[in-house]
Write a protein that binds this ligand. Structure first.
Ligand code: ATP
Length: 312
């Protein structure tokens, strides 16, 4: 009897921006405790998983030339983690993962983590596993601290390494402009730079997350704009001084506020509404301070199946 091969599954997964990122001092184990508020944005990667005799990862799109396609690709780590969980052969899982990237690589928007989350969702569907999203989140946290949030999306408060997450009320859609910089920044290097800056003096720290939660609940972008904060921003700007110019250019173009996204170097600008975002994006693109400009809105949902190629 012929075995029926399930059709490929395609999953769309969002980038994240941190509206608030408070970084604690370095712990004895090297990690930093984080208190962060994530928002998922309408800037997405698309990941297709398919049964294949030639297993592996293919990457195209934004930054594809610098993304590893071997075992260090976070999507492949997700394949192995889920295969082990499902009692399948993790060394020969017989799947191919095809990633179309729009999220900037090493851009502080958790693109690699997003691809891992999309792979977990896609494979669970491909292999028809009985597994809940909460169970997938447990596996996701073993791959990376930002992977669980990419599963859920929306707006969420993250604590510990950012991987313990609870959903947060966010009224209305917020409109963002994203400025991609040339090349990425290594997240560990940015944390190291923050430790160095803190050893030299004490750069100002962001306030409490509660105020940001209230700003989100109000739905007023003007209120939220006053409350955005990122402890990693000083470190990212110290490593990439040109970001100061980008941040200034976005605000001069009419954004309510600008900030470095996560560990950077992408800068995120909050705008009054969709029309304002388009205007800010056009002016920022003309200012020549960054490589690419995108408009996005949030919150959007997390990794979600968008199609299977069922035979006609
Ligand atoms: P974060 O905000 O979570 O710190 P980031 O957005 O700064 O992450 P990523 O795009 O997730 O950075 O990638 C960080 C590094 O991970 C890249 O430099 C790349 O070498 C590696 N990587 C592994 N898998 C992927 C993937 N699927 N997409 C992009 N980068 C990947």
């Amino acid at each position: 009897m012929l075995a029926v091969v399930p059709p490929p599954v395609t999953v769309r997964v969002p980038a994240k921006v941190n509206l608030h990122l408070a970084v604690g001092d370095q712990r004895d184990d090297g990690y930093h405790d984080l208190v962060t508020i994530f928002q998922a944005l309408s800037l997405t990667d698309e990941v297709t998983v398919a049964v294949a005799d030639d297993p592996g990862v293919e990457v195209s799109g934004e930054g594809a030339d610098v993304v590893p396609t071997g075992p260090s690709n976070l999507a492949w780590r997700a394949v192995r983690v889920l295969a082990e969980h499902a009692g399948r052969d993790a060394d020969d899982p017989k799947v191919r993962v095809v990633i179309k990237k729009s999220i900037p690589v090493a851009g502080g928007m958790a693109g690699g983590s997003a691809d891992a989350a999309a792979t977990l969702i896609g494979l669970a569907a491909l292999w028809r596993l009985e597994i809940t999203k909460d169970e997938l989140a447990g596996l996701a946290a073993t791959i990376g601290a930002d992977v669980p949030f990419a599963l859920y999306g929306g707006t969420a408060l993250g604590t510990d390494r950012g991987d313990r997450i609870v959903p947060v009320l966010a009224r209305h859609q917020f409109h963002w402009v994203l400025a991609f910089d040339k090349g990425g920044l290594s997240t560990p290097e940015v944390f190291g730079e923050l430790d160095r800056l803190r050893a030299e003096g004490d750069p100002p720290r962001v306030g409490e997350a509660e105020a940001v939660l209230e700003g989100l609940a109000s739905g007023d972008p003007r209120q939220l704009a006053l409350l955005l904060g990122n402890d990693l921003q000083a470190a990212a700007v110290s490593l990439r001084p040109n970001l100061r110019r980008t941040l200034r250019a976005g605000v001069n173009a009419g954004a309510l506020a600008g900030m470095v996204s996560g560990s950077g170097p992408t800068c995120a600008f909050l705008c009054t509404d969709g029309d304002a975002a388009v205007r800010v994006a056009a002016e920022l693109a003309g200012a020549g301070v960054c490589r690419t400009v995108r408009v996005a809105q949030g919150p959007v949902h997390g990794a979600r199946v968008v199609g299977t190629e069922e035979a006609p």
